[in-house]
Ligand binder design. Structure first.
Ligand SMILES: Cc1cc2nc3c(=O)[nH]c(=O)nc-3n(C[C@H](O)[C@H](O)[C@H](O)COP(=O)(O)OP(=O)(O)OC[C@H]3O[C@@H](n4cnc5c(N)ncnc54)[C@H](O)[C@@H]3O)c2cc1C
Length: 404
């Protein structure tokens, strides 16, 4: 009998898993993607929406087009419950979907409500509501101290993943550099000092010294301040308050909220004690053989990055294909931190680092080339409805960086 594979979530991980299944299994299986959104959001594009006022449409592509192109099924619905023992998925508006294999790729909830005062005074860039909201705020901004940073991450202990306190500081870096340029152009640079803050002991704790020093040098040149070991407790119309009892005058707080796991996964017994999905290195759930996971929702995704989501999704889809009898080489899970931070004048800083995972590449690429790479990726990803650039492009990049 034909097997049914259900994917929950059509972000970086879910769409990559779907495309990989299409390549390997075509229509030997039924594949269904469930997502409550009608479009896939390319989040690395959101700082352009928030600071440059780029249309939010540029950061989205129609999910149904991607699914239709693969000739699979899309259910536009919210999953509210899963019973992994009975292999059932419960949908919000009614209906129960069964599966033979399940790929969990719902990402994480961005917990803005966990920051007192955020709704009234706080700003962020993490989704297609917050990014345009920040842009609107910037249009009336008259100057004053700006603070940018993230909330801490809590990880579980079931899998052997790096223990980080800040889940992903790339967006913090990108927003502070882009904002500096925005304020300069508006003549507000002098009256609006920017300070980055981190809950960790060091900023960019997920990379090695070479990358960290390179980012630090740009911050120094741009006169961007830094506060470490700071966790926001509250914001109001005038100040930002930290859990250590200190506070600072603040006219514009921009915060990456806590990455909160979804309750329906916890209730289903699919998560570790911190709420993330524990898997082995082939992305198979530690307790349920036919359940796989990829992306931000997994315990192995540290830090939370699209690049890691994609690597995991490909491994998950290939492992399922192998379970179903296909001869496929399942790649080893060898994550890397790949992040591009746009700056001014069509320049960017690209970070590639795998030091966190016991390897030895820790490089930045600065200038127009890095900007072109970001732009090319966005164009390719959106234009091909969620396909990743060919693997040789990354291999070439790694080769080039290794020789620098
Ligand atoms: C501003 C910003 C910049 C970034 N820059 C980079 C970068 O340069 N490089 C990098 O590698 N990463 C970057 N990231 C991180 C990257 O975007 C995420 O790691 C990535 O999006 C995670 O992919 P995902 O598929 O796991 O989750 P998501 O992209 O969040 O997708 C999850 C999907 O699941 C759906 N879903 C959730 N719950 C349900 C439910 N109950 N029922 C049905 N559907 C559901 C959602 O609607 C969504 O479509 C950035 C993030 C931000 C916010």
């Amino acid at each position: 009998m034909r097997k049914r594979i259900v994917i929950i979530g059509g972000g970086f991980a879910g769409i990559t898993a779907m495309h990989t299944l299409k390549k390997l299994l075509r229509h030997e299986v039924d594949v269904t993607l469930i997502d409550y959104r009608s479009n896939t959001l390319n989040k690395p594009r959101l700082p352009d929406v928030a600071i440059k006022g780029e249309s939010v449409e540029h950061a989205r592509f129609l999910m149904k087009k991607a699914v239709k192109h693969d000739d699979y099924q899309l259910i536009q619905e919210t999953v509210i419950k899963i019973n992994p023992k009975e292999q059932k998925i419960f949908l919000k508006e009614g209906g129960i979907e069964g599966y033979d294999y399940l790929i969990l790729a719902p990402g994480v909830e961005k917990y803005y409500a966990g920051i007192e005062g955020f709704i009234e005074y706080g700003y962020s860039v993490c989704d297609d509501i917050q990014a345009p909201r920040l842009y609107r705020r910037l249009q009336t901004f008259k100057g004053g101290p700006v603070f940018i940073g993230s909330m801490p991450y809590e990880s579980g202990i079931r899998v052997d993943a790096p223990k980080l306190i800040a889940p992903c500081e790339g967006p913090v870096g990108e927003v502070m550099f882009m904002l500096k340029e925005f304020l300069r152009k508006k003549g507000l640079s002098e009256s609006s000092p920017i300070t980055a803050f981190t809950p960790a002991k060091i900023f960019f704790e997920d990379v090695g010294d070479d990358v960290r020093n390179a980012v630090g040098a740009i911050m120094k040149k741009e006169r961007i301040g830094l506060l470490t070991e700071k966790i926001v407790s509250k914001i109001d119309s005038e100040r930002i308050y930290f859990k250590d009892g200190t506070s600072e005058l603040c006219a514009l707080p921009i915060i990456l909220p806590q990455y909160k796991p979804y309750e329906f996964l916890m209730e289903a017994g699919l998560t570790d004690e911190a709420g993330f999905i524990p898997t082995d290195n082939q992305m198979r759930h530690l307790d349920f053989k036919n359940v796989f996971a990829a992306g931000d929702a997994t315990a192995l995704s540290v830090p939370k990055l699209g690049h890691i989501a994609v690597v995991q999704a490909e491994i998950a889809a290939k492992t399922i294909a192998s379970d179903l009898g296909k001869k496929v080489r399942i790649p080893a899970f060898e994550p890397a931190i790949l992040c591009v931070m746009e700056r001014s004048n069509m320049q960017a800083t690209m970070i590639y680092s795998n030091i966190l995972y016991g390897r030895n590449l820790d490089e930045t690429l600065n200038g127009h080339m890095a900007f072109i790479m970001k732009w090319s990726f966005d164009f390719y990803y959106n234009f091909t409805r969620g396909h990743m650039p060919p693997k040789f492009a990354e291999n070439l990049l790694v080769k080039y960086l290794s020789r620098k």
